[in-house]
Design a protein around this ligand. Structure first.
Ligand code: KG4
Ligand code: ZN
Length: 339
């Protein structure tokens, strides 16, 4: 049995969680820095580090207090150590590692994308291994064949913009603010079907890689040559979303055929997109398979997923040395398995 404190500070959320190996998730909390970036249109790394520094300790204290725990109740600590913004990662890693040292308990650095990938395990209906994972966040777009924890084969990835990045950039040029993914998805609900047809990049050739950067240019050109009405904006948002979702559908279908896998996990910030969830769920139903995704609160960055992933590795006897190490560009899934 193990009570794990999870810490996530890789980007613009300061997040903490308590996960118990037997009881499951006990509580989690998150402070979003979004308001800080209103005037900048995106995350400012130095501001992110400073804000994590001032928020992380009160967040941990409150989480423990609100759930009637003390620091001494903790058995171990799991913190995100990459990939992400270096200064932001350092805050969570330094706090997590030093706290574990002071308490004389083990600590482990967790790969942020492994955290996202295992987030559906926090749900009542959790996937069993093996499965295909579509990981779509602000920084990554990956198709991974997952045999077990740490046994990952990356089948495809984005050669340019990540899916969330493409949403954010397109939203920005339509004047929807940051982060634009949720705003663009909401606007798409007002769009009329089939007014515009965007391309499905890299689907007419074999392979499982993605390319999304052309779609924002397509959106910009469509917008510039339109009458720039609110309806056009919504129609573009819908056409863009359909192109991204349609592309992912084609690649997932291909990957499922290639691997023979019957379970699909969709995770990462973009997995909060309801159109994407619906399309992939239908795909799996049609193929006698099943789709799994985290509840909306665990799609975007959170510490529950980090505590969960860390707990599995800690239970297998893994932990990190006393050095505070972070990996802003951690080679994907260059991770040990649990044996
Ligand atoms: O996983 P996440 O919180 O952070 C990273 O690890 O990058 O993902 C954030 C990304 C942002 O690009 C955001 O625009 C996108 O997820 N996102 C969405 C939706 N909700 C969040 N994209 C499309 N539709 C959504 N509903
Ligand atoms: Zn993330």
């Amino acid at each position: 049995m193990m009570l794990v404190l999870g810490i996530e500070t890789s980007c613009d959320d300061t997040a903490v969680a308590l996960y118990h190996s037997k009881q499951g998730l006990i509580a989690h909390n998150r402070y979003s820095q979004l308001e800080l970036y209103n005037e900048f249109g995106g995350v400012v790394p130095e501001l992110a580090s400073r804000d994590h520094s001032s928020k992380i300790i009160p967040l941990i204290k409150n989480l423990l207090k609100q759930n009637n725990f003390e620091l001494l109740d903790l058995d171990s600590i799991a913190y995100t150590c990459g990939p992400g913004l270096i200064g932001a990662l350092l805050v969570g890693a330094a706090v997590g590692r030093s706290l574990a040292y002071a308490l004389d308990i083990p600590a482990i650095g967790v790969h942020h994308m492994e955290g996202h990938m295992l987030a559906p395990m926090l749900e009542e209906k959790a996937p069993s291994f093996p499965f295909l994972a579509l990981l779509v966040s602000g920084g990554h777009t990956l198709l991974v064949a997952v045999k077990a924890i740490g046994e990952y084969e990356v089948l495809g990835e984005s050669i340019d913009d990540a899916a969330g990045e493409a949403f954010d950039k397109t939203a920005k040029l339509l004047g929807l603010g940051y982060p634009g993914g949720p705003a663009l998805a909401k606007l798409a609900e007002q769009g009329h079907d089939a007014v515009y047809k965007f391309p499905r990049p890299m689907t007419n050739r074999p392979g499982l890689d993605f390319s999304f950067s052309g779609l924002k240019t397509f959106a910009l050109n469509t917008w510039e040559s339109s009458d720039k009405s609110e309806q056009v904006k919504a129609d573009i948002a819908l056409a863009f979303q359909e192109a991204v979702v349609g592309t992912m559908l084609i690649k997932c279908k291909r990957a499922l055929q290639q691997t023979g896998l019957k379970r699909l996990v969709i995770a990462g910030g973009v997995s909060a997109n309801l159109a994407l969830r619906a399309k992939l769920q239908t795909l799996m139903l049609e193929n006698d398979g099943e789709a799994f995704y985290p509840s909306i609160e665990f799609c975007t960055d959170n510490a529950a997923m980090i505590a969960y992933a860390g707990c599995q590795r800690l239970l297998a006897g893994q932990n990190d040395s006393l050095a505070v190490k972070v990996y802003p560009r951690w080679p994907l899934f260059n991770l040990p398995d649990l044996h």
